[in-house]
Write a protein that binds this ligand. Structure first.
Ligand code: NAI
Length: 319
């Protein structure tokens, strides 16, 4: 295999997220070792990546400047951890969301890595203090939480441990930019990080509105997909405020009282069970029956939409 200029990255765990990260890093010109404990997982991941990259190339959506064949030559599988991490500058862990398993893996890595490599976790819920406390290389540890699928949704939340070196955050930030992702820095850990805190706030109010009979589940989803969501793909809630009046100060002057009034009417945290769960589940299943065939078809459609949106966002930015 021809070495790249950029350096070598290791992806630990070749499931849904690991294979997507491997593609993103290869797109950025990095040599990628895809490590897993299950050989069959690596084999199927490499087959999946080949098929995906060829299709992306055909549709003009392949990331990076190199062709698919070249990018594919950067990715190889490995089932020996020591061999995989030898010479690596960045390790992205993508194993199942189980604290004890992840702690074990970071413990193993701690024993074999040098003082320069960055140890990064894809975890969506586990706090850095739970994952990294006590490691000899804690200064080099960080959470880099992607959004599924990372190939089309570029956001990555970077969450440091209190002992993470600022240079680890800066280097990870620069790396994410280099591979075309959109990193954001959290200054400290917090449950749910930022993305899921925002998502849960929306889900929570959606649940209450349906539960109180204000709106149907299908119409609730339309409020987002044909309303709020269309602008949120381009500008966030804070910039929305700025643009929806004569600047932020003016927005607050105009809407402060109204917002506080409405926010005070929000109800308690739902329990996401019982009759409301059944009602919402039934409505969702009417559109997409909850069996693998229908769910996969709808997911494929979603990913196609996200790909189209990524294309549009690229065009809009370059204008
Ligand atoms: P997955 O179940 O699809 O893949 C996990 C992979 O890890 C499998 O290939 C499995 O063989 C492998 N594995 C298990 N034990 C291992 C070990 N000791 N060493 C190496 N590999 C091992 O899981 P998925 O969905 O890819 O999630 C991975 C991580 O990414 C989780 O922490 C999850 O929270 C996070 N994440 C997941 C998102 C999603 O939507 N699926 C979104 C953002 C983050």
């Amino acid at each position: 295999m021809e070495p790249t200029q950029a350096g070598q990255v290791v992806v630990i765990g070749s499931g849904l997220i690991g294979r997507s990260w491997a593609m993103v890093f290869a797109g950025g010109g990095f040599k990628v070792k895809l490590y897993d404990v299950v050989q069959q997982q690596i084999t199927s991941a490499l087959e999946y990546i080949r098929k995906e990259m060829k299709e992306l190339e055909k549709s003009g959506m392949l990331k990076g400047t190199l062709n698919a064949e070249k990018q594919l030559s950067f990715i190889s599988g490995c089932i020996d951890l020591k061999t995989a991490v030898d010479g690596a500058m960045f390790i992205q862990e993508c194993t199942p969301e189980k604290l004890e398993l992840k702690k074990k893996i970071f413990g193993q890595l701690d024993l074999i890595v040098n003082n320069d490599v960055i140890l990064s976790s894809s975890t969506s819920t586990l706090l850095p203090t739970k994952l990294f406390t006590g490691l000899k290389h804690v200064k080099q540890c960080i959470v880099s939480h992607p959004v599924n699928p990372p190939y089309y949704v570029p956001l990555v939340e970077l969450v440091p441990h209190p002992e993470t070196e600022p240079s680890t955050v800066d280097k990870t930030y620069a790396l994410m930019k280099k591979i075309g992702q959109s990193p954001v820095k959290l200054t400290k850990e917090i449950d749910g990080f930022v993305l899921n805190r925002l998502q849960y706030a929306v889900i929570s109010e959606a649940w209450r509105l349906v539960g109180e009979g204000v709106i149907s589940p299908a119409d609730l989803d339309l409020v987002m997909s044909d309303g709020l969501g269309t602008r949120y793909a381009f500008i966030g809630p804070l910039e929305t405020m700025h643009l929806n009046a004569e600047g932020m100060t003016n927005y607050c002057e105009r809407y402060r009282e109204g917002m506080i009034h409405v926010l005070k009417t929000f109800g308690p945290v739902p329990d996401f069970s019982g009759e409301i769960e059944q009602q919402i589940s039934q409505a969702m299943s009417e559109r997409t029956p909850a069996d693998p065939e229908h769910l996969n078809a709808r997911r494929a459609w979603r990913d196609e939409c996200l790909m189209g949106l990524a294309k549009l966002k690229k065009q809009m930015k370059s204008n």
